[in-house]
Design a protein around this ligand. Sequence first.
Ligand code: HEC
Ligand code: HEC
Length: 411
Amino acid sequence: MLGGADYGHHTLTRFFALHAGILPLAVIGLTVGHIYLFRRHGLTPKKPIKKADEYFWPEQVLKDAVACLAVLVTILVLHFAFNGAHLDAPADPSSAYPARPDWYFLFLFQFLKYFPGHWEVLGAVVLPGIAMTLIFLMPILGKSERGHRFNVGLLFGILAFAGILTYMAVNADRNNPTYIASKEQAAREAAIVKELAENGIPPEGALALLQGPKLFAQHCASCHTHGGENGLGNPVEKPSAPDLKGFGSREYLTAMLHPERFGSEQFFGNTAHAKKSKMQDFLDDEFDGIDDDKDLRADMDLLIKAISAEAKLASQSKVDLEDRAAIQKGRELFDEIGCTDCHALGGWNADDYSAPDLTGYGSREWMLGIVDDPAHERFYGKKNDRMPAFGKDEKLTRRQMERIVDWLRGE
Ligand code: HEC
Ligand code: HEC
C-alpha cells in the first residue's frame, strides 16, 4: 500500500486506485449479496401491517431514484459552489507543512494532544475503543428504560465533548502564526502547481513540478526574481540580477532590448554591467527613439524573432514555425546591423566574439551552460558579475539544474 519505504506519491496513487476501483467493486459485491438474501428471506415489516403488499417496481424504484437524484444534486451544487474538490500543495515529507485532519476529525486530533509520548495509545486506541464499544452496545442497553436514558446521555455527552474539542482545535490554529504562515505558503504552492500541471504531472509526482521553483527560491532568488517574486510567490528583499520570467521568449526580449529598459532594474540595472555596458551604448546609438520610429521597431522585431527562435520554447513552437521567413530575415539583419561584431549567432568561438554567445540563446542547453559556469568565455567570461558557477563548483547537481531550467522554460 505504501508503494515504497515511505509515504509518498505512490501511496496516494495506490489509495486513489483503492477508493476509485476496488472499494466500489466490493460495494457492488456486497449489494448483490444483500439483494440475494433479501429476496430469499423477504422483508420483516413492522406490525400491525397498515398497507397492502406492493411490487418493488415501479413504486419503490421511483422513490429510490428520487433519493439518489437528491444526493447527486447536492454534490453538484457543492461542486459548483466550492469550485470542485480543493487541491492543496503536493505532499512534501521534507517540508514543515502543518497537516490537519478534516473538521470532523479535528476533535480526535485535539484529544491526542493531551496524551504525549507513550500515553498516546490511550488517547488513540483505548479511550476511543471504549466509546465505540458503548455505542455498539446501545441497542442492547436501550432495551431497559434506564439503559435508554444512559444511551441518550452518552450520545449528547459525546457530541458536546467533540464540539468543545473541535472549537479548541480551531481556536489554537487561529492563534498560531506559524500555522497561518505555512498554510498561506501551501496555498501559494498549490496555485503554482495547478498552473504547472496544465502540461501533465510527471511520473515522479506533482512534487517534482515544485522542485524547479523551490530550487530557484533557494539558490537563485538571492539575486534574481521571477515575475517580481522568488518563484514561490514571496517577495525578494533586494533583487540584484535580471528577472528571469519568460527568459528567451519574444516578450522577454521585447522588454529587454530597448535603450531605456536594458539598464533598468528588471534586467541589468543592478548588475556590474549597468555601468560600462557596450550593449547599452550600442542600443543607445542604434535604437534611440525606437518607440516613435516604425522602421527601427520593425528591425528590432525581426532581430527578436530570430534570437527568440534559438530558445526553441515549446510555448513558441507554433509561431516560430509560422515566422520562418521573418526569422531568416532577422538572422541576416543581425549580421548587417553589426550585432556580430560582439555576439555569435551560430558558429561561436572565443577569439572573434567578446559578448555572450547568442547561439541557442535561452535553449535548454544554453541555460544549463550558463548555470553550470557563467564565467565561461561563451557567456560572461571575465566580466561575469556575481553569478556563481553552480555546476562547475558543484553547488547543484545536474538534475537540480535541469529542474530549474525546465521550469524557467515553462516545461
Ligand atoms: C549572487 C547573485 C546570483 C545568483 C545567486 C544567481 N545569479 Fe544568475 N545572474 C547574476 C548576475 C549578476 C547576472 C548578470 C550576468 C552576469 O554578470 O553573470 C546573472 C545572469 C543570469 C542569467 C542570464 C540572464 C541574462 O539576461 O543574461 C541566467 C539565465 C541566470 N543568471 C540564471 C540563474 C539561475 C538559474 C540561478 C540559480 C541557480 C542564478 N542565476 C543565480 C547573479 C546571480
Ligand atoms: C559592442 C558589442 C555589442 C554589440 C554590437 C551588441 N551587443 Fe548585445 N551585448 C553585449 C554585451 C557585452 C552584453 C552583455 C551584457 C552587458 O555587458 O551589458 C550583451 C548582451 C546582450 C543580450 C543579453 C544576453 C544575455 O545573456 O541575456 C542580448 C539578447 C543582446 N546583447 C543582443 C544584441 C543584439 C540583438 C545586438 C544587435 C542589435 C547586439 N546585442 C549588439 C555587447 C554587444
